[in-house]
Design a protein around this ligand. Structure first.
Ligand SMILES: CC(C)(COP(=O)(O)OP(=O)(O)OC[C@H]1O[C@@H](n2cnc3c(N)ncnc32)[C@H](O)[C@@H]1OP(=O)(O)O)[C@@H](O)C(=O)NCCC(=O)NCCS
Length: 175
């Protein structure tokens, strides 16, 4: 649907639910996420899939490899506000084998393009734990800048870490 170099973004299908659900039970994948505190079931994932399919304030894509046509993660634009024209990006490369290959950076680029040129949004945000340096860098690579810090908002291992809120205005975006 949305074509990149290494990956493309496509809709999820019900056949994807088992692998999608499995990613959220991988403790390495959810290390810097709220997910993982409670187990994730295929039934929960199925309900989420249906909710996303019907939502007009969320856009959810599967990340698929160009070469193999298999899915390796998910990206979404959530909490879309159609009056003020903003939304929040979240992503997960669920298959760890593909970490560190520039895929998140490419996926964020594709998602930003979709948000600004197809959905006609004016602003995007992204929230992350301050322990998640790879996430921060992949958003920075696409023009997002740190706009705010919520001190000690998340419990990570044996300490509280900050929440970083990053943002990108359409005017500051370089296509
Ligand atoms: C965080 C995540 C999205 C990064 O994806 P990725 O495809 O590995 O990221 P990229 O390969 O595009 O790398 C992005 C940048 O982070 C750097 N990076 C990668 N792994 C890193 C690490 N462990 N620590 C610090 N920097 C790292 C890369 O060098 C790159 O920096 P550069 O732009 O200066 O070259 C991925 O690890 C993931 O999905 N994790 C699980 C879910 C998650 O945490 N999602 C984010 C929630 S906000």
């Amino acid at each position: 649907m949305t074509q990149g170099k290494k990956v493309y973004l496509r809709p999820f299908s019900s056949d994807d639910i088992p692998i999608w659900s499995k990613w959220f039970n991988d403790l390495a994948v959810v290390e810097h996420m709220n997910k993982g505190a409670f187990p994730n079931t295929d039934e929960q994932q199925s309900s989420f899939f249906l909710a996303m399919s019907e939502s007009r304030t969320d856009v959810q894509f599967a990340i698929a490899l160009q070469e193999e046509n298999t899915i390796i993660g998910t990206v979404g634009i959530h909490k879309i506000d159609w009056i003020h024209r903003h939304g929040s990006v979240s992503l997960m490369i669920g298959d760890k084998v593909y970490w560190g290959r520039g895929i998140a950076s490419e996926v964020i680029g594709l998602t930003v393009r979709h948000a600004f040129t197809k959905l006609n949004l004016n602003r995007l945000t992204a929230g992350m734990w301050s322990s998640n340096l790879a996430a921060k860098k992949s958003f920075e690579r696409n023009g997002f800048r740190l706009e705010g810090t919520l001190k000690g908002n998340y419990f990570y291992k044996d300490q509280y870490v900050d929440e970083w809120v990053m943002g990108l205005l359409r005017n500051n975006w370089s296509p």
